[in-house]
Design a protein around this ligand. Sequence first.
Ligand code: NAP
Length: 307
Amino acid sequence: MKTALVGIGKIAVDQHVPAIADSAEWELAATVSRHGSVDGVEAFTDMGKMLQARPDIRVVSLCLPPVPRFAYAMQALEAGRHVMLEKPPGATLAECHALDAAARAAGLTLYATWHSRHADMVGAAKSWLSDKMLRALRVTWKEDVRRWHPGQAWIWEPGGLGVFDPGINALSIVTEILPAQIHVTGATLEVPSNCQTPIAAEIAFHHPDGADVSAVFDWRQQGDQTWEIEAVTDSGTLTLRDGGAVMEVDGTVSGQAAPLGGEYPRLYAQMAQLVTTGGIDMDLRPLTLVTDALALGRRVATDPFED
Ligand code: NAP
């Protein structure tokens, strides 16, 4: 299948281009980006021109930041193309619902990807938790924003999500592995005085069985980086580490630390499957938790952020 990659920036270069190159199912047939390109691949700077010039490309994969993504996604759907969305699938829930409706009306595939759900041990964690009674779950997602998002101004602008940009990855795992649905009951958001989005957040959730569920996200972490989910149950404790690559259950460790290892090849395999079967996969639960945390969160001003 031929795909066009749109928004040639950090994640496109780091993950999408190699995942497509290594796949027997996919061919990178064009790029659309105002500044970026990929060696040996036809490059466009305008989405409309690519859609018009390349009717043979049936799939468009969008790697833009969330705010500009909707217009590009709708343009692709209106041109009859299947669409794959980087996370988060949009800046708001309403625009995601609009894309979903447009894809359904046109009989096209739409895939809201959540790469962290494809980390090596997430499936095993889901299976282990499926017959346990949850007592408590604690998410700790602490990383250095300067290391992972150098010079990215959009993350501090409205719709850029701030620390929820990585935090939503944790929430995509939590919503995948927990059998029960959770929702946000409160949050504290630390917002740098010169930014529009939080640099740190504490979130409390309601769990239907009364389990104590909470999350702490922090973008000011120096040294070791922490991407961990600990679930305490009636029959043992499960810890997912390294963003879901490693799992520990009562002292037994499985998996190897490899950030993002295998996640993007699995996303493209899933997209191929969805296109073949005419499926739509728009699970909006992680984005719902984030928008609710932003709606309910008490904002606390903190030190200005300088990149
Ligand atoms: P990025 O490098 O800052 O941006 C990607 C590209 O999007 C840019 O190079 C730019 O290309 C284009 N772009 C930016 N603003 C635009 C605008 N207003 N209108 C049109 N195009 C625009 O961001 P990224 O880190 O790749 O992240 C992109 C998405 O991937 C985000 O939703 C993020 O959450 C997700 N993601 C990122 C990572 C990561 O490690 N960085 C990991 C997983 C997922 P041109 O200037 O050439 O048009």
